[in-house]
Design a protein around this ligand. Structure first.
Ligand SMILES: Nc1nc2c(ncn2[C@@H]2O[C@H](COP(=O)(O)OP(=O)(O)O)[C@@H](O)[C@H]2O)c(=O)[nH]1
Ligand SMILES: Nc1ncnc2c1ncn2[C@@H]1O[C@H](COP(=O)(O)OP(=O)(O)O)[C@@H](O)[C@H]1O
Length: 213
């Protein structure tokens, strides 16, 4: 177990901008570099139905509304929000344990959840992903081939208001060229990891000096 705690990152975007693909590509790169355990994506709980190919416990913890509200009432979520008619929430204990073990954690959450996380954890690094245009966003949602026309229309209708929250975030990536966008995400993550490690090592030095009589 590392004595340097992990960094918390929020990656938000309008649906279809590419955030899940970018996070997966970053995790794959880390694995290929022999660093597979340095970062994790938090698995949220949701009342949305699984899409074809989505696995319970891997993509989401899929629960019914009564279960979700019970968990929310019991304070089990770090943050939660209603997005596109469904509830979504982040488990508190998993985040705390993972960060304490020195692993960076990614939250793929919306702007409402981001506000709650910023209030609870001011050290969080927040990243917003924009598509190059709204026409391209719609193309990506269609090409993903996972949602009905009705669902896509609903997501497109909300995209503009979601994108209006980009100013709440510390970093902005326009996901045009995919590999370039993953490079940008990786640079942010590695720079913050280095910064935190330096800070924590320095804190240990200071503490040693103070206690060294
Ligand atoms: N607040 C909050 N938002 C979440 C959580 N999990 C997912 N979301 C957001 O809910 C929205 C819809 O997610 P999803 O149904 O997987 O669709 P997708 O983003 O198009 O793949 C996205 O903006 C996600 O970032 C969560 O735990 N909390
Ligand atoms: N830079 C890009 N250029 C073209 N297609 C992309 C790019 N980034 C992501 N995509 C595609 O767009 C679709 C939506 O991406 P996804 O990661 O599921 O978005 P989100 O998680 O933000 O909803 C997927 O089919 C993905 O392969």
């Amino acid at each position: 177990m590392s004595n340097v705690s992990g960094n918390l990152f929020v990656v938000a975007a309008p649906s279809g901008a590419g955030k899940s693909s970018m996070i997966s590509a970053l995790l794959k790169r880390q694995k290929e570099r022999g660093n597979p355990d340095s970062m994790q994506v938090s698995v949220s709980t949701t009342t949305r139905a699984p899409r074809p190919g989505e696995v319970d416990g891997v993509h989401y913890h899929f629960v019914d509304e009564a279960t979700f509200l019970e968990q929310a009432e019991a304070g089990e979520f770090y943050e939660w929000a209603k997005v596109f008619d469904y509830y979504y929430g982040t488990s508190k204990t998993v985040i705390e344990k993972t960060l304490a073990s020195g692993v960076d954690v990614f939250l793929d959450i919306d702007w409402q959840g981001t506000r709650q996380v910023k209030a609870a954890y001011p050290g969080v690094h927040t990243i917003f992903i924009l598509p190059p245009s709204t026409a391209e966003l719609e193309r990506r949602l269609r090409d993903r081939g996972q949602d009905s026309d009705e669902v896509i229309a609903k997501r497109m209708a909300k995209a503009q208001s979601e994108m209006s929250h980009y100013g709440d975030f510390s970093y902005l990536i326009v996901n045009k060229d995919f590999e370039e966008s993953v490079d940008n995400l990786e640079h942010i993550v590695l720079a913050q990891r280095l910064r935190r490690a330096k800070q924590q090592i320095r804190h240990q030095d200071i503490l040693q000096e103070l206690l060294a009589e």
